[in-house]
Structure formats: C-alpha cells, structure tokens
Ligand binder design. Structure first.
Ligand code: SAM
Ligand code: SF4
Length: 318
C-alpha cells in the first residue's frame, strides 16, 4: 500500500497521455501553438510503470491529457491495464470530440466510465470557450457512449459572464440524460486567458438554489467532488472545489505526464522524472521514483494561498 507522509492512502493515478489537444479552452491553453512538441513515452512502456503502481495497491487509473483520444493506441492500452488486473477502475477524461468514433472500441477494451468536459449547450458558447465549433460532435459522442453503456459524468467549469447563465440548464440536461454533472471551480494558472474569472462553489450553489432546494449528501466515493441532491428527487450533482482545505485532506492521487514526469500534487512545482527508468524498463528505478513521489507529496496545494499555478493543466492532465 502507498501511504504518504500525512497518512493519506494513495490508490489513484492520473496519467496524461499527451499535452496536445484539438481545443483551446480559455481556462486551459488558449494561446498555445497548434502542435506542441513532446517526447511521448510509448504506452506499452507506460503500462509497465502502471503495473508496478497496481502491485503497490493503486486501484484506480484515470487517462487524461491534453486530449487523450488523440493517442491512437488508447484502447489497447486500456485493455492492457485490465488484462493485468481485472478489478482495476479505469476511467477516461475527454473533451468528447472523438467519442463517437471511439466509444465502442473503448467499451470493448473494458472501459466502464468516462468524464466528458462540456461547458455549455450553446453552439456559439462552446466555440467561444474552446475555439472549436464542437457542440454537435460532443453531443453525438455522448449519445454513442450512452448507447454502448459507458457510465458518463460531465465536467463544467463555470465562468463569470460566459457560461454562468447555464448552471441550471446544464444540470437539467444532465438529469434528463442520466449523467452526473460536476461543476469544477476554475483553477487559476499562468496559461489561461487573463480575462476570465471562475465561480466559487458557494456562488454555484446560490445560483442553483434560486430554482431548487438542495441538500449536501456526501463526498463522491471515487472522486474529489462533494455531492448534492435536489430535494424530493433522485437527481444528484457534484462540485469540485480545490480552493477548499478539505480537498487536500482527502487527496488520494498522484499524476504522471506523457513524458514520464511524476507530479505528486496538481499545484505544487515538485516533480520526479521517471522517464529514463520507464524507457529502459528499469523496474527498480521505477519503484524508487514512485515511492519517492509518495514520500514527497505535499500536504496542500497552493490555491488556498491565493496563488496561480505555473504548471499547465494540459501538461498534468487536470
Ligand atoms: N481534454 C480533456 C478534457 O477537457 O476533458 C482532458 C484534459 S483536461 C486538462 C481535464 C479536465 O481539467 C477537464 O474537465 C477540464 O475542464 C479541466 N480543466 C482544465 N483547466 C482547468 C482550469 N484552469 N480550472 C478548472 N478545470 C480545468
Ligand atoms: Fe483541451 Fe481539455 Fe484543455 Fe480544453 S480542457 S484545451 S479540451 S486539454
């Protein structure tokens, strides 16, 4: 079992499989060039690192990016994880653009759940936020994923004056489709547009309370969200609020980038380069790097101190 210096059990790894993306979301990478050079580690080599982590008790792996569905061999990677440990929880976070094409083969590879980022139900708003006329593709992808029985969560980042008028419509859409909607507080970082401002969790809740009575029910079993229920219904939604202290107290995860850098905390600069060990299939060095990352995991992220992350989300995978 992996236990960090603050007694937290680390049983979750998020793996970013590319920095590249076909969107340019305002809060993530609005000004990066079309193609970012990267020294990608082949996924079959990454799998060997994940096997070591699974041997140490990692129970959940999330594949993210950049846009993970830009990596062509993703389904065989997912299958390789399940072939090693069939009770592992594997999930994927995607912008949904290529989901129509890949949902079935991902499901056939063993994947059970996906998170799709969707910030609006308006075509022009999606284009404003992501610089891509993508809404129809994402909605079709969602329907395909639903048809092949993938469990679906939606991620929305509410931004002041941009999509905050859709907090309730998004919730109603998610409820109708049987998707779990999670609102994510905007996390300040140096790569985002400097003209945006996110809503904090209390503002999101105030917005919903204008129409619905709600009660907090619990923390998500496998995620960082606090869950709320619309009174007298079965409809649930979540809020991910990294600016709150308790977010870090229950942190159970580390991250590894597509180039083999382990990040013990989303917003903390410390990182461990395990790329050579992975490329050389040096299992001893991979183990040492993993244990060192756990030992050096900081107690808290720095958003509570009002700082802005200098590390890009499209690099760490969010
Ligand atoms: N491209 C995929 C996607 O958008 O779902 C996966 C990678 S993206 C970096 C992972 C998640 O991070 C998405 O749900 C996205 O909305 C979220 N994200 C990115 N930048 C963020 C920021 N500055 N604040 C809050 N969430 C952010
Ligand atoms: Fe791409 Fe996801 Fe970042 Fe948007 S949030 S630019 S879809 S990596």
């Amino acid at each position: 079992m992996l236990i960090d210096s603050f007694g937290r059990v680390i049983d979750y790894i998020r793996i970013s499989v590319t920095k590249n993306c076909n969107f340019r979301c305002k809060y993530c990478m609005p000004n990066t060039p079309d193609e970012i050079a990267e020294d990608l580690i082949p996924l079959d080599k990454m799998l060997e690192f994940l096997k070591i982590a699974m041997d140490y008790g990692v129970k959940k792996i999330r594949i993210t990016g950049g846009e993970p569905l830009l990596r062509k061999d993703l389904s065989s990677f997912v299958k390789g994880i399940y072939d090693y440990k069939n009770d592992i929880e594997v999930a994927l976070t995607t912008n949904g653009y290529f989901l129509k094409k890949y949902a079935k083969e991902l499901k056939d590879s063993g994947l059970k759940r996906i998170n799709v980022s969707l910030d609006s139900l308006k075509k022009e708003k999606i284009e404003l936020i992501s610089k891509k006329d993508a809404l129809d593709f994402v909605l079709e992808g969602l329907q395909e994923a639903k048809a092949v029985n993938l469990k679906i969560k939606l991620n929305m980042v509410p931004l002041k004056g941009i999509n905050d008028d859709e907090i309730v419509p998004m919730l109603e859409f998610a409820n109708k489709e049987n998707f779990l909607l999670r609102y994510i507080e905007y996390m300040e970082n140096d790569f985002a547009s400097n003209r945006i401002k996110g809503l904090k969790s209390f503002e999101i809740l105030e917005n919903i309370k204008k129409k619905y009575n709600i009660s907090m029910i619990q923390k998500e079993a496998f995620g960082p969200a606090k869950l709320y229920k619309l009174d007298n219904t079965d409809n649930v939604f979540g809020i991910i609020a990294p600016h709150n202290d308790e977010f870090c107290a229950s942190c159970n995860r580390i991250r590894i980038t597509a180039e083999g850098i382990i990040c013990p905390c989303l917003y903390f600069q410390d990182a461990i380069d395990v790329s050579q060990a992975i490329r050389n299939d040096d299992k001893k060095a991979m183990k040492e790097a993993l244990l060192s990352a756990i030992k050096n995991k900081p107690e808290k992220n720095k958003w509570g101190e009002g700082e802005t992350s200098t590390r890009a989300f499209y690099h760490t995978g969010g």
